[in-house]
Design a protein around this ligand. Structure first.
Ligand code: BTN
Length: 249
């Protein structure tokens, strides 16, 4: 089964087990063996990596665990967050097609349904001068797993009540990813930004956040050019980088 795409997933390496598909993709880049859209797919990661140096745990054979190699040389380093937006929207497109209309993107790029996490994205960029040479886009999406070590984790199957064909979903995800990536490449930034904001978890709602040792009530108002979260706290707009703020869920 091959995705119906121009380049996304046309070169695909399937590894039954590996440490991390992002790390495997890095090796392919070093060996010059990857063309744009090259995918590393696995059934099981032994050292899956998440954001903030966390690990990524997923039951073998039940979930989507892959990395895609892209060359967004058209994207200035300062605009790298637009790639996060495009990728998040592609995964969201998939979730919505599967019936999770209410799925959301928790800034910067976690996939949520209500207050539960369905998946995450880890993007690692190689930068030369002002532009991005390569991006390794790692996507972990819980599909058929029903039991989790973390209480706030969930899966598509847990939410819709049916087991799904992971291989078919991988192909569909690659098709949707190509569509969003081509939007980005053709400069449809305003469209992506608009849709990203519309899909943002807790957008314009009042909730609690931890900023250092301080707990505040704030309202997410948007995301700036650098991908920082704009939070209104007591009438003042404040901007936060990824490691500077935590959601209270
Ligand atoms: C996060 O939410 O912290 C991001 C999780 C990203 C996990 C994926 S699974 C495929 C790819 N390979 C990795 O080692 N990590 C990403």
């Amino acid at each position: 089964m091959v995705p119906n795409t121009l380049f996304m997933g046309q070169q695909l390496f399937f590894l039954p087990v590996c440490a991390s598909t992002n790390s495997e993709a890095q090796q392919l880049l070093l060996k010059n063996e990857a063309t744009e859209g090259c995918v590393v797919l696995t059934d099981e990661q032994t050292h899956g990596r998440g954001q903030r140096g966390n690990s990524w745990e997923a039951a073998p054979g039940k979930n989507i665990t892959l990395s895609v190699i892209l060359s967004p040389v058209f994207l200035a380093v300062r605009h790298q967050f637009y790639l996060n937006m495009a990728v998040s929207l592609a995964v969201l497109d998939l979730l919505r097609e599967q019936g999770l209309e209410q799925a959301r993107v928790k800034w910067p790029n976690d996939l949520y349904f209500e207050d539960r996490k369905l998946g995450g994205i880890l993007i690692e960029n190689t930068v030369t001068g002002q532009s991005i040479q390569h991006s390794i886009v790692g996507i972990g999406l819980n599909v058929n797993q029903l039991h989790f070590g973390i209480g706030t984790a969930t899966s598509l199957a847990a939410e819709i009540g049916t087991q799904l064909d992971v291989k078919r979903l991988v192909n569909r995800l690659l098709e949707l990813l190509e569509k969003r990536y081509l939007e980005l490449r053709s400069g449809k930034i305003d469209k992506l930004k608009y849709e990203y904001l519309q899909a943002l978890y807790r957008y314009q709602e009042k909730h609690g956040y931890r900023i250092g040792s301080e707990v505040v009530q704030g309202q997410i108002m948007g995301v700036d050019e650098d991908g920082r979260l704009a939070l209104e706290v007591e009438g003042e707009l404040r901007y936060f980088g990824f490691k500077e703020i935590a959601y209270l869920i």
